[in-house]
Design a protein around this ligand. Structure first.
Ligand code: HPA
Length: 251
């Protein structure tokens, strides 16, 4: 079963034929909300709203461990993370869809591993390629089959939030090699890797990052919401194609 974690602008999957919802407790506390189970094109899909169904949980307070654990416990064999980002690069415009290939983590103070506590032996996961290669390829193939233009690589900078960045911070991220910036990509990706669940991300550019292009003098939250609403239609189509493309007939 494929699982989708939806971020800002995607608090439900309109194309999911819902069968039931389940509230799970985990050893790490409660997930952001109930997991919604159902089917897309007859294939099982689970959906979880990262910020809660009322969009009340800010990025630094998301219980990432509980979310990933709950999806793992319910049999997710792959996780597609959907999240909005700011664009650091001039050629990535608001509304664009990006499949990032790398991450730089600037978050702090988040519970970011399952490997801690007295009973645990020290464990270091390999995170050279933070996103699952095969799942990324499937996403790119699905985008191409659906005729949706996507950027096939980008370095994702995960910032702490909930505030947006300063213009100087964005300049620093650019010098570090980042292309897009968001607040939820970590520790989500690392936790999925710890549980060996293939994980890939769909980043939707909601705005130019602070100090760039039309965000030179500030970022309008209203403008972000408008862009997200439009682009999430593409994301739904992409997920539909992805679910359909993931079978052996490639239909
Ligand atoms: N910065 C961080 N996270 C974001 C942004 C941004 O500009 N836009 C959407 N998520």
């Amino acid at each position: 079963m494929l699982a989708v974690i939806g971020g800002s602008g995607l608090s439900q999957l309109a194309n999911l034929d819902v069968s039931h919802r389940e509230v799970l407790r985990t050893p790490y506390g409660e997930p952001s909300g109930a997991i919604t189970f159902g089917q897309i094109c007859g294939r099982p899909v689970a959906f979880l709203a990262r910020h809660g169904y009322g969009h009340t949980i800010p990025p630094h307070e998301v219980n990432y461990r509980a979310n990933i654990w709950a999806l793992w416990k319910r049999g997710a064999v792959g996780i597609i993370s959907v999240a909005s980002v700011g664009s650091i690069r001039a050629d990535l415009r608001p509304g664009d869809v990006v499949i990032p290939h790398q991450i730089i983590d600037y978050t702090w103070g988040r519970k970011s591993t399952y490997h801690e506590g007295q009973q645990c032996t020290v464990t270091h996961i390999d995170f050279t390629e933070p996103y699952d290669r095969k799942l990324r390829e499937q996403l790119l193939a699905a985008a191409s089959a659906a005729g949706i233009a996507v950027s096939s690589s980008a370095v994702y900078a995960a910032t702490q939030g909930p505030r947006l960045e300063t213009a100087a911070e964005i300049n620093r991220l650019e010098r570090d090699g980042a292309d897009v910036v968001g607040m939820t990509g970590m520790p989500e990706a690392a936790l999925a890797r710890e549980l060996a669940i293939p994980y890939a991300a769909i980043s939707v550019v909601a705005n130019y990052a602070a100090g760039r292009a039309d965000s030179r003098d500030g970022i309008s939250f209203e403008a972000i919401q408008g862009v997200l609403h439009e682009s999430m239609g593409h994301v739904r189509t992409l997920i539909e194609k992805m679910v359909g493309c993931s079978d052996q007939n490639g239909t």
